[in-house]
Design a protein around this ligand. Structure first.
Ligand code: UD1
Ligand code: UDP
Length: 370
């Protein structure tokens, strides 16, 4: 029987983490030929992920530039990807989530009449500029896609609202599959060795475009204000490589002994350090899926979320980026034992860690029905 050729296109850290388990499953399954294209939207931060999963892309578009723009990412991805699509002629292109390179890849596939599968389809805030540009990227990918791998019934319902009624499979989120590769009970790291074992650890990340500038500054100042009042709290903050983030993080948090500002962690380190933390503060998307699976409360540093399941389950709390609000919410979580226990006891709504298998079965059924 002819194999199904699946071209997976991804290039940022979170796409790599959540496509890693899918690519590994494709590689092991005789029904498929897997071709991996890295857009290279992230250089170093993606390489960390590829190393963890032992994935060697067949092609690397190497688009990353300092101060890259959304338009630049889109144009470079499209013009460099098109000849590869034309050479490889895949049966299906898989893209993930909502980055600008994922949208550009999907559009290039459509122009070349290649079918598109969207992993992590159907996430929505229904707010055009929040998160920006991700909300429109994912809506536009869903307008182009043929197969939709929705992580939850909520995301499947969002697809229905957008008139995407065919080709939808609820799979769970592949972020939970990734945890099966990374969590290690007997884990050690230098940054943990430097922290008194009786101290409470907060894991912090922040990078979103809509938080650049004042929201990020206010948030960091608020966290510092609270944390400096305690002598038993350490904040581990692996700082995103974007210079816009690095500058503010170093300026506000760089010279405080409570704050461990370190380079981005590889995903094995990040997941294991999260599992040792007391709580997480983040504006990340993927972190909002992983933390509930590890029973870690998350104060979400955003005004909107496309992950309402985690809020409903009780693990995530949307607190925004206002100085007074961040102080109040962080203080409450550090002092109110009942609130902390309620948040950490919640159940993970993002699946059982077998999303990749369901994605492969849905692709195989689709190929057979053609
Ligand atoms: C991108 C995605 C965002 C996703 C995030 C995950 C878009 C528009 N944004 O945002 O959806 O949440 O990735 O982290 O697709 N840089 C490096 N080395 C790296 C990675 C980044 O130096 O390995 C620096 C470069 O200077 C680059 C800058 O970071 O220009 C910004 O990267 P970019 O991909 O444009 O934006 P992110 O904020 O990372
Ligand atoms: N992550 C990582 N190292 C870090 C910080 C985050 O491996 O130092 C992982 C994290 O586990 C999650 C993903 O990166 O899977 C989230 O990426 P990011 O916050 O950059 O993007 P988003 O999910 O917001 O698109």
């Amino acid at each position: 029987m002819k194999k199904i050729k699946v071209m997976s296109v991804f290039g940022t850290r979170p796409e790599g983490i959540k496509m890693g388990p899918v690519v590994k499953a494709l590689e092991k399954d005789d029904r498929f030929t897997s071709v991996v294209v890295s857009t290279g939207q992230h250089a170093e931060m993606l390489q960390q992920v590829l190393d963890v999963f032992s994935i060697v892309p067949n092609y690397d578009l190497k688009i990353m530039k300092p101060k890259q723009t959304l338009t630049g990412i889109t144009i470079e991805t499209m013009s460099r990807l098109e000849p590869i699509i034309q050479r490889e002629q895949p049966d299906l292109m898989l893209v993930h989530g909502d980055t600008s390179s994922a949208y550009a890849a999907a559009l290039t596939a459509f122009y070349n009449r290649i079918a598109i599968g969207h992993v992590e389809a159907g996430l929505r805030t229904w707010d055009k500029y929040s998160p920006y540009p991700e909300e429109m990227n994912r809506q536009m990918i869903d307008d182009l896609a043929d197969l939709y791998f929705a992580p939850t019934t909520t995301s499947a319902a969002n697809l229905q609202k957008g008139n995407h009624h065919r080709g939808v499979t609820v799979t769970g989120n592949t972020a939970i599959d990734a945890l099966r590769y990374t969590i290690n009970q007997d884990y050690h790291h230098q940054v943990l060795a430097e922290i008194d074992q009786h101290h409470r650890i907060i894991l912090l990340t922040m990078h979103r475009r809509e938080n650049w500038g004042r929201p990020m500054e206010e948030t960091f100042k608020a966290i510092r204000k609270v944390v400096d009042q305690y002598d038993d709290i350490d904040v581990i903050y692996p700082v995103h490589l974007n210079p816009k983030v690095q500058t503010v993080a170093n300026k506000i948090l760089g010279n405080d002994e409570h704050f461990h500002l370190i380079a981005p962690l590889d995903v094995v380190d990040f997941h294991n350090i999260m599992s040792k933390a007391m709580l997480v503060m983040s504006d990340s998307g993927g972190v909002q899926e992983e933390a509930p699976a590890l029973h870690k409360p998350v104060l979400v540093l955003r005004d909107t979320t496309e992950r309402p399941e985690g809020v409903a389950a009780g693990t995530l709390k949307l607190i925004g980026t206002n100085y007074a609000q961040v102080i109040a919410e962080l203080t409450a979580l550090l002092t109110d034992k009942a609130e902390y226990e309620q948040m950490s006891a919640a159940n993970n709504p993002y699946g059982d860690g077998h999303a990749s298998e369901r994605i492969l079965e849905a692709i195989a059924a689709w190929a057979e029905s053609k």
